[in-house]
Ligand binder design. Structure first.
Ligand SMILES: Cc1cc2nc3c(=O)[nH]c(=O)nc-3n(C[C@H](O)[C@H](O)[C@H](O)COP(=O)(O)O)c2cc1C
Length: 317
C-alpha cells in the first residue's frame, strides 16, 4: 500500500505512522505492539534511567524483529547516558527532541542508525537538516506534552515545511487515525506521528486511572501552560489551574517552576493523581471514546485512510 512512501522506505515500516516517544507511556509493550502492527514503535527514554532503557530495548527485541526507535529529549538530565546506550545497542532509529542532534548524527550514521528530530518551527528544521538527520518530525501546538515556544499549529507548520525540506517529513499533533494520515499526506507530509492516541491505548504504560479520565476530557479539556518559557499541553485540573493563575498574576518563571516541582508528570500519568499531577495530553483526546488496543488503532487507521483517499478520488470524477 505504501511501497512508494519515502518514510516507509527509510525506516523499513509498512505504514507511515510513528508512535511518539512519551514519558511514562511508551515502554516496551507499546513500542513493540506498534512495530508489530506495521508502524514504528518508539520507547520514551525521557522518563527512564539508562539501565532501565537497556532492559526495555532488550524486551522490544524479544517481542519483535521489526524496526523500532528510541526517543531521547536531549535536554533531559540523563540524555547523554541514554544516547550512549542507544548507540551501543545499535537501535534501528533514534528520535531526538528538545535540543540539538548535531553532536550525535555522525556517530549514529556510522552505526547504521537512522535519526529523526522533532521541531516546532522552520528555523529548527533547517538546523536539524544541516545537522544531517534523516527525517524531520514537525510538531504543532495541538500536541500533548511539551510544545515549541512559537505555538505554531500542525496545519500551518506542516505546510511551511512541506515546501522547504527535502527530507521525509512527519507531521505530529492532532492525529488519531487514517483521516488525519490522508490529510497530512495531502498537505505534503510523508507520514504522521501520533502520541495521545497511543498514550490512551491498552498497551500504554500509563495509569489506568489516567487513561479512563482521558475519555471524559472533551474538546476543551486541555490547556497550554507555561507560555513563553516551556509551553506544555495538559488536561485541565487543579494543578494546571493553579499554574495558570500564577502565570496570570505575573509570577516569575522560577516561581512557576517551583509550583511544578519535581515528579509532577509521574504523579499524574503513572500514579493517577488526577487533580495534583501533570497529565500531558493533546487536544485530540477530546475525540477518544474508548481505550483501544494497538491492533485496533492500526486496523481502523488503515481502513479510514483508504476511505478518505477514495473520497478524495471521487472529487476528481
Ligand atoms: C503523555 C505524553 C508524553 C510525551 N512525552 C514526550 C517525550 O518524552 N518526548 C518527546 O519528544 N515528545 C513527547 N510527547 C510528544 C509525542 O511524542 C508526540 O509528538 C505528540 O503526542 C503528538 O501529538 P498528539 O498528542 O496530538 O498525538 C509526549 C506526548 C504525550 C501525550
Amino acid at each position: 500500500m505504501f511501497s512508494n512512501n519515502k518514510l516507509c522506505q527509510l525506516l523499513g515500516i509498512e505504514y507511515p505512522v510513528i508512535q511518539g516517544g512519551m514519558i511514562w507511556c511508551s515502554g516496551w509493550r507499546l513500542a513493540s505492539a506498534v512495530s508489530k502492527n506495521g508502524g514504528l514503535g518508539v520507547l520514551g527514554a525521557g522518563s527512564m534511567t539508562g539501565e532501565f532503557l537497556k532492559e526495555q530495548i532488550a524486551k522490544v527485541r524479544q517481542e519483535t524483529e521489526k524496526p523500532f526507535g528510541v526517543n531521547v529529549p536531549l535536554l533531559f538530565s540523563k540524555a547523554e547516558e541514554c544516547m550512549e546506550i542507544c548507540l551501543s545497542e545499535r537501535v534501528p532509529v533514534l528520535v531526538t527532541s528538545a535540543g540539538s542532534p548535531a553532536a550525535w548524527t555522525g556517530r549514529a550514521h556510522e552505526l547504521g542508525i537512522k535519526v529523526g528530530h522533532v521541531v516546532a518551527n522552520t528555523k529548527f528544521a533547517q538546523k536539524a537538516e544541516a545537522a544531517g538527520v534523516d527525517f524531520i518530525v514537525c510538531e504543532g501546538v495541538e500536541a500533548g506534552g511539551h510544545n515549541g515556544l512559537d505555538e505554531i499549529t500542525t496545519l500551518v507548520l506542516t505546510q511551511l515545511l512541506a515546501g522547504t525540506t527535502s527530507l521525509p517529513l512527519v507531521s505530529a499533533g492532532g492525529y488519531m487515525g487514517g483521516r488525519g494520515l490522508a490529510a497530512a499526506i495531502a498537505l505534503g507530509a510523508d507520514g504522521i506521528q501520533m502520541g495521545s492516541r497511543f498514550a490512551c491505548s491498552v498497551e500504554s504504560s500509563a495509569s489506568d486511572v489516567f487513561k479512563a479520565h482521558l475519555l471524559k476530557v472533551g474538546t476543551i479539556g486541555t490547556v497550554l501552560t507555561s507560555h513563553g518559557w516551556g509551553p506544555t499541553r495538559v488536561v485541565r485540573n487543579t494543578f494546571s489551574d493553579q499554574l495558570q493563575a500564577l502565570e496570570r498574576s505575573g509570577a516569575s518563571v522560577e516561581e512557576q517552576r517551583e509550583h511544578i516541582g519535581t515528579g509532577r508528570s509521574r504523579r499524574g500519568m503513572m500514579e493517577g493523581d488526577l487533580e495534583h499531577g501533570e497529565l500531558e495530553i493533546g487536544q485530540i483526546a477530546g475525540t477518544f471514546t474508548e481505550v483501544m488496543n494497538v491492533h485496533s488503532i492500526m486496523e481502523k487507521l488503515v481502513a479510514n485512510y483508504t476511505d478518505s483517499v477514495r473520497r478524495l478520488e471521487a472529487t476528481l470524477l
